[in-house]
Write a protein that binds this ligand. Sequence first.
Ligand SMILES: [Zn+2]
Length: 120
Amino acid sequence: MKLKKAERELVRQKYDGHCAYCGVLLGDRWHADHLEPVIRVVDERVAEHIDNHNLGNMMPACAPCNISKGRQTLEGWRDWIAGHVSSLNNYHPIYRMAKSYGLIAETGTPVVFYFEKVTP
Ligand SMILES: [Zn+2]
């Protein structure tokens, strides 16, 4: 499952060295993510999609994005990220207080990944 050094470099350069998801410029520590997960959990059943382990399905990702995405599909992950604002409102008093003092403005902006912006 490990990529060869040259393959890894191809993945890293896919978006000119940026994380495919958030767009941060990748440093030395970055992850080769499977866009379509190799292992996926659906209804508590674990399905292996070993055919998803190919260069076309690999995305350069920063560690926080890769860890956050985990085994989720892109659309599942997108919905999950979009839900972070309501999680902040429900569970984080500091966030609510900052919001009540006008320090935070929620935009309702849809979650658009970096690769979707740079790929026509
Ligand atoms: Zn990222």
